[in-house]
Each structure stands twice: as structure tokens, then as C-alpha cells.
Ligand binder design. Structure first.
Ligand code: NAD
Ligand code: MG
Length: 390
């Protein structure tokens, strides 16, 4: 019997970092629909009310809030319950290494996820990974460590789940190409000039998916797809020249693998993150899931096109960052994070996002094979540089 599997009840125990966010709440919806899952621990940034409600419903043994003051507030609110309330990075680390549970769902946003993910792998936990920034910046540490500890990194990102489902255990040397699909976001077909006047509201209108604000802007710029190219490189062990981004506006083909014999295997379905979340939690099993089915007759046509490198500068920069490797993906990611936050605060225009990323990359001297401290330092310096520029 594995760690975190409760024999009496036959339940699989999970912990969720980022439980109040878009992926976190959808993970809890999956738990609601599957009594065989049990929540051991929850962590969130600042939403005390929502975390309290989640604690009351799912009865975890531990919960963590990022700030100590929020944790103190939460402690008072749930003093009638038997739950340990933690805070900060120490709290995230304590949750990651708790002996009881089996799968850590990393639904936190940003590079804050690196240390707890490493701690969980060290403790022998499987990772249901949504927090792509962790792999983009520290994939060279995480993937070898996971192999060494014999734990699985189960993708939650819909494209990577589709690739994972299409591969279904086949080894990397049978992959000829990964076909990573992208909706093209709200600005597909627009020229760079037409994008100059884009407002925050325009960038937040994703045609097919409802997600957190940062990742929605990243979908409009296609920086998200760039991060996903790097994520795919680490998850599936393929070189960049074998990862092809395909714009597919209907978001029905969630991605595909072309094998060495020319066969293309894809996963299709309605855009709903609960499917990849559920697939990761039950892998290698596949469980029933209610919800709208993709009706091919109703859809009629599925279309595919090449991404326009001029409209989507962010994608071009991502390939460059991935090719230069080492600490460069961290700089790409950190510069984008800062630029998107400034854009959402209406401090910069839309086209300044890729401009700022490029500037930060141009001035950075790549550190090959960076340690966690060096990754976090590169992040800090990049954030500082962008703040000074603007
Ligand atoms: P979100 O902003 O909706 O939620 C983020 C969660 O992290 C929240 O619960 C927040 O409280 C928590 N958090 C933030 N800072 C924290 C901190 N310092 N300590 C503890 N908790 C903290 O984001 P999201 O859209 O759910 O995305 C989460 C991750 O999943 C991201 O890496 C994103 O790229 C990835 N992802 C999201 C989607 C999607 O559909 N939303 C799809 C694919 C991948
Ligand atoms: Mg995705």
C-alpha cells in the first residue's frame, strides 16, 4: 500500500496548494463528485473567507495562508474544528512533506511553487502539476529528482494532459512531433498595429476558457503557449524543434502527438479543466465525468492554422528563452509576470508586455544549470529591473 492511501476507506488523499483559485476550486469540485478522494491539506494566498468555507466542507487536517495575519484570522474562525493552521513558506513546506497524503496538486500561481514542489517530490509524493512556472524555471531540477524518487509528474494543464493521454505510456523515442494546440485567444488574426490600443478588458476576454486573470492575459499574448512549449519539453523529454504550436480556434483538440510511424493521436473534448484534473488524480484509471460532450455533428468543422509570429511576439521570445536555456526561461517568466501585473494595473500598454520581456532577456547573462537560489535571485533581479524601467 502506498503512502497516503487509506486502506479502510480505500480513499486517495490529496493536498492542494492554491485551493481558492481557478484550478484549486475545480479540483475541489472533482473531489465533491468522487467520495474516494479525501483532502488532507489546503493552502491559499489571502482569501480567508473562501478557505474557511473549504475547511468546513472538506475537513482537512491542515491549512495554510500566506500571511501570518490572515492565518491568525483563520485560526480564530475555525477554532471549533480540529485543523492545524499554518502560514508562509514554512507552512507550504510543512504541507508538502506531510506523511498522510499521496498526490500534491500544485494549483498555486508563480515560482513560489518551486520549493514546495521539490519538498513533496523528496517526500515521495506524486505531483498533479498545474503550476507550469515551476517546470519552466526549474524543470532541470524537478524532472531528474522525480525520476530518482520514482514519483510521477502528472500534467494538469489541458494541453499536456492531452499529450499525456495520447502517449498513454509510450516512450519519448516514439514521438516524432508534439502538436501543441492554442486557441489563438481574442487577438487571433489581428496585426501588431491593431493591438496597440488593446485594453485590459479586451485581453481578459478569452473565447473558450475561463481562467485566472494572469493566465488569461498570457493566452492573449501567447506567452502562455510559450510557457507550455517549455513545460512540454520537460514533461515529455522532447527537443524544441519537435514541438509545433498549432492554432486551433475551436479548442476541441486539446493537443496531439505525431508518432514515428506518422500516426497522429489526439485528445478531443469540451474545454473543461475538470477532465485533466480528474485524469491526473486517478491516473492510470479513467473515471466517469458528467458534463457537456463534444458533439462532432454540432461542431461541423475543426480548423488549424500557423501562429503569426508578428502578432504573437511572446511566443517567439519563449522559443528563444527555451533555446538559450539555463536561467533565461526564469527571466522570460519573471519579466512577463511583472509586465502583466503592470498591464492589469493599467500602468503600461499591451504591446509593452513583449517589449519589456525582450529588454530583460537582452540584458541577462545566462547561468547554465542554475540552483534554486540562483533561479529565485534571477526572478528578483528581473522584477526589480522591470520596475525600474517603467
Ligand atoms: P488563480 O490566480 O485563480 O489561483 C491561484 C491560487 O494560488 C489561489 O488559490 C491563490 O490564493 C493561491 N496563491 C497565490 N499566491 C500564494 C501564496 N503566496 N501562497 C499560497 N497560495 C497562494 O490561478 P489559476 O488560474 O488557478 O492558476 C494556477 C496555476 O495553474 C498557474 O500556474 C496557471 O498557469 C496554471 N494553469 C491554470 C489553468 C486554468 O484554467 N486556470 C489552466 C492551466 C494551467
Ligand atoms: Mg494550457
Amino acid at each position: 500500500m502506498r503512502n497516503g492511501e487509506n486502506k479502510e476507506a480505500g480513499r486517495k488523499e490529496i493536498a492542494i496548494l492554491g485551493s481558492t483559485g481557478s484550478i484549486g476550486t475545480q479540483t475541489l469540485e472533482v473531489v465533491r463528485n468522487h467520495p474516494e478522494l479525501r483532502v488532507t491539506a489546503l493552502a491559499a494566498g489571502s482569501n480567508v473567507e473562501r478557505l474557511e468555507a473549504q475547511i468546513r466542507e472538506f475537513k482537512p487536517c491542515a491549512a495554510c495562508m500566506w500571511s501570518e495575519s490572515a492565518a491568525a484570522d483563520l485560526r480564530t474562525r475555525v477554532s471549533d474544528l480540529d485543523v492545524k493552521i499554518l502560514s508562509g513558506m514554512d507552512g507550504l513546506m510543512e504541507i508538502a512533506s506531510m506523511p498522510r497524503y499521496r498526490i500534491l496538486v500544485t494549483a498555486i500561481v508563480g515560482m513560489i511553487g518551486i520549493r514546495p514542489t521539490i519538498a513533496a517530490i523528496e517526500a515521495g509524493k506524486d505531483i498533479a502539476l498545474a503550476n507550469k512556472e515551476t517546470l519552466v524555471t526549474a524543470g532541470h531540477i524537478i524532472m531528474p529528482l522525480a525520476r530518482k524518487r520514482g514519483v510521477s509528474i502528472l500534467p494538469v494543464d489541458s494541453e499536456h494532459s492531452a499529450i499525456f493521454q495520447s502517449l498513454n505510456g509510450e516512450p519519448a523515442d516514439r514521438i516524432e512531433k508534439i502538436l501543441l494546440t492554442a486557441s489563438g485567444g481574442p487577438f487571433r488574426g489581428k496585426t501588431k498595429e491593431q493591438l496597440a490600443a488593446v485594453k485590459v478588458e479586451d485581453a481578459l476576454m478569452h473565447p473558450n476558457w475561463s481562467m485566472g486573470r494572469k493566465i488569461t492575459v498570457d493566452s492573449a499574448t501567447m506567452v502562455n503557449k510559450g510557457l507550455e512549449v517549455m513545460e512540454a519539453k520537460w514533461l515529455f523529454g522532447v527537443d524544441l524543434d519537435r514541438i509545433q504550436v498549432v492554432v486551433h480556434p475551436q479548442s476541441i483538440v486539446h493537443s496531439a502527438v505525431q508518432f514515428v510511424d506518422g500516426a497522429i493521436i489526439a485528445q478531443l473534448g469540451m474545454p473543461d479543466m475538470k477532465l485533466p484534473i480528474q485524469y491526473a488524480l486517478f491516473y492510470p484509471d479513467r473515471k466517469p465525468m458528467a458534463g457537456k460532450r463534444a458533439d462532432l455533428f454540432e461542431l461541423g468543422q475543426l480548423t488549424f492554422e500557423r501562429p503569426d509570429p508578428d502578432t504573437f511576439q511572446g511566443l517567439k521570445l519563449a522559443y528563444r528563452a527555451a533555446a538559450e536555456g539555463g536561467s533565461m526561461p526564469t527571466v522570460f517568466n519573471a519579466a512577463n509576470e511583472k509586465a502583466v501585473a503592470l498591464f492589469l494595473d493599467r500602468k503600461i500598454g499591451y504591446l509593452q508586455i513583449p517589449e519589456l520581456i525582450e529588454k530583460a532577456m537582452d540584458r541577462h547573462k545566462v547561468i547554465a544549470d542554475p540552483a534554486v537560489e540562483q533561479i529565485l535571485e534571477a526572478e528578483r533581479q528581473t522584477h526589480e529591473y522591470i520596475s525600474e524601467l517603467v
